[in-house]
Write a protein that binds this ligand. Structure first.
Ligand SMILES: *[C@@H]1O[C@H](CO)[C@@H](O)[C@H](O)[C@H]1NC(C)=O
Ligand SMILES: *[C@@H]1O[C@H](CO)[C@@H](O)[C@H](O)[C@H]1NC(C)=O
Ligand SMILES: *[C@@H]1O[C@H](CO)[C@@H](O)[C@H](O)[C@H]1NC(C)=O
Length: 314
């Protein structure tokens, strides 16, 4: 059989490996409610270590509920991410943060984006100051990356106030109008702990939310997903929503979901709860590689199947 020629086999192996590597190297965006991330929490080696492992998997991550008035907690986290010795990757990380936001002095929180310098350009920032009275108004950033199929996009974070969650999610539509106009860019992703489920936002309430009603917005985390760590709660509080067909098309199908830290790193529930009572979310944007965009998924699949059968035939 000519197929069994070792050279041809080797060639096929390399091509498949190359394609698979490129295909898996999309651009990962994460969102994590780190439940009162303070300097004291950052002093725990275990917390910083695990958080570093999580964030090392993200090109760009949004942290919420960061209580860090002087920036020392985030500085400690960045130091760990950038430390040469126990690095999980070859990237260097930076952060961009909002001011401390809130309505009571005891509960001022920052939105913090942590990103890889090598794959992310932050090309703009905008603190929402419009008429809607968010407790923690979104701090949007515009991002560009030569690694993504999409040229430039906007991230709008929200850690909603539980008492007015439905209203705040609805107001994100007003934020959308503002930032898409400001940057002349309709590729907008909303992410964060919206409290968009269970007692805070019921199914009936959800129907009156503009971001939910308007079919131009796609909710990538479904209502049945459990974004909480505890066994006692089963709620899709944390969400990722994208605007528009062009943006939706550059998202890897089925890539949005929770990142189960416990399962992934073999940690007990109690250890995971030391970090947060929420799971991180992740979503992957398609890679910009030209040949990948030109390669239909069925071809990738058949290639890998052919390779598998060839390997078994050896
Ligand atoms: C993408 O940008 C990074 C950082 O600026 C640069 O090192 C890299 O060469 C760029 N890649 C391409 C394909 O332009
Ligand atoms: C960031 O922008 C610079 C200047 O436009 C560009 O050279 C570089 O490739 C960009 N980096 C990435 C990661 O896209
Ligand atoms: C959805 O987007 C299209 C294209 O931008 C626009 O024409 C249409 O009015 C939008 N629909 C709604 C309900 O906003």
């Amino acid at each position: 059989m000519r197929w069994r020629s070792p050279h041809l086999l080797q060639l096929l192996l390399w091509i498949t490996l190359l394609i698979c590597t490129a295909a898996s190297s999309g651009f990962t965006i994460c969102s994590y409610n780190v439940q009162r991330f303070t300097i004291n929490k950052a002093k725990s080696y275990k917390v910083i270590h695990t958080l570093t492992r999580v964030l090392s998997r993200c090109d760009l991550a949004l942290l919420q509920h960061v209580v860090d008035p002087d920036g020392k907690a985030i500085a400690a986290l960045l130091k760990s991410l950038n430390r040469a010795t126990d690095r999980y990757d070859d990237f260097s990380y930076k952060s961009v943060a909002s001011k401390a936001l809130g309505t009571s002095a005891e509960d001022m929180q920052k939105y913090v984006f942590i990103y890889r310098v090598e794959t992310v350009n932050v090309t703009g920032q905008d603190q929402y100051k419009g008429k809607q009275k968010f407790v923690r108004p979104p701090f949007a950033i515009q991002v560009q990356s030569n690694k993504t199929a999409i040229k430039s996009f906007i991230l709008v974070p929200l850690h909603s106030d539980p008492d007015q969650a439905a209203q705040e999610i609805d107001w994100l539509y007003d934020v959308f109008l503002e930032v898409s106009k400001k940057w002349n860019n309709k590729n907008v992703m909303f992410l964060g702990d919206f409290h968009a489920a269970c007692a805070y936002v019921t199914r009936t309430t959800r129907k009156s939310i503009r971001l939910y009603k308007n079919s131009n917005f796609s909710w990538l985390i479904g209502d049945k997903v459990d974004t909480t760590v505890s066994e006692d709660t089963n709620c899709a509080y944390d969400r990722i929503v994208v605007h528009g067909e062009p943006f939706l098309k550059t998202i890897q199908p089925f890539s949005a979901g929770v990142f189960d830290v416990g399962k992934e790193f073999k940690l007990t529930k109690n250890k995971v709860l030391e970090l947060s009572d929420h799971h991180p979310l992740k979503v992957v944007l398609k890679s910009s590689a030209l040949f990948l965009r030109a390669t239909p998924p069925w071809l990738l699949l058949s290639l890998s199947l052919v390779l598998r059968s060839l390997l078994f035939a050896l």
